[in-house]
Design a protein around this ligand. Structure first.
Ligand SMILES: [Zn+2]
Length: 268
């Protein structure tokens, strides 16, 4: 385990995952001490559908905030609450974590949810995105993401996050860590970024990338033979005698006796 320190990069990394991020005032100074080695993430639900980020930052009468580093709202908005240690895990145990001492090794995520209402697509997708972004930044897999119920179930009877299968959740996180998220398709990559193409059309960056990918691949195949765009070393076309377009042109020129043309296959 290497020293990671406080995750001062949280807001930046979460934005980089495409999440809608709010920086709660003072988050860079908030915490019950500094992190040493970050092991991973503990996922929670707050117990209420509308728990505000301020409650996670300032805490409750019996428990001083911050109560976690991250708040996740029902609509998928991610609020970064604290950079330092937060009181979210309590007593518990899990392989790889020191018993009853997860707060100093894990980032806590408190999702506004009563635990039985289920997860909106926006909130679930953001939850996956938060965990994937943090794990990727730390160089970890999704096995470093656990639910509070997994950590503290036996000791505290915790059941959060409710209505969530942690194994399925980890599979989704792992897929996103590896960028295997469902294909977004043309135009869905950077929805808002508009670019004027050379024909004067305003199109978004996702459409532009999809267009470039398709047409560059087609052009490579046309020049070098089918599969060139997949990395095959210029296989050539059967109807050109196994030649690439360049070699076929050279052969035609050589057959016509044009000065300087040579069929590379003739000498073989
Ligand atoms: Zn919890």
């Amino acid at each position: 385990m290497s020293w990671t320190g406080d995750p001062t990069w949280l807001a930046e990394v979460l934005r980089g995952e495409g999440l809608r991020v709010v920086e709660f005032p003072g988050w860079r100074e908030r915490g019950h001490g500094d992190f040493g080695d970050l092991w991973g993430i503990v996922c929670h639900h707050t117990g209420g559908s509308n728990t505000p980020p301020s409650e996670i930052a300032y805490g409750l009468p019996h428990l001083a905030g911050p109560l976690s580093q991250i708040h996740l709202s029902r609509d998928g908005t991610v609020t970064v609450i604290a950079v330092g240690v937060a009181w979210h895990a309590g007593v518990g145990s899990w392989p790889g974590l020191p018993e009853d001492n997860a707060n100093f090794r894990t980032i806590g995520i408190e999702a506004a949810n009563n635990g039985t209402e289920g997860w909106s697509q926006a909130q679930y997708a953001a939850y996956v995105g938060i965990c994937a972004a943090i794990c990727r930044r730390l160089g970890y897999g999704a096995d470093r993401v656990i639910g509070h119920k997994e950590w503290a179930g036996p000791k505290q009877g915790k059941w959060d996050p409710g209505a969530m299968d942690m194994n399925a959740f980890r599979r989704d996180v792992q897929a996103q860590i590896e960028h295997k998220a469902p294909r977004k398709g043309p135009g869905k990559v950077f929805n808002d970024e508009m670019i004027r193409n050379r024909r004067g059309q305003d199109i978004n960056a996702g459409d532009m990338i999809a267009y470039l990918d398709e047409h560059t691949g087609q052009t490579l195949d046309q020049l070098g033979g089918p599969g060139t765009c997949d990395g095959k070393p210029f296989p050539g076309w059967t109807q050109l005698g196994g030649r690439t377009v360049v070699d076929a042109l050279a052969a035609v020129g050589a057959a016509l006796g044009i000065d300087g043309f040579a069929d590379p296959k003739a000498g073989k």
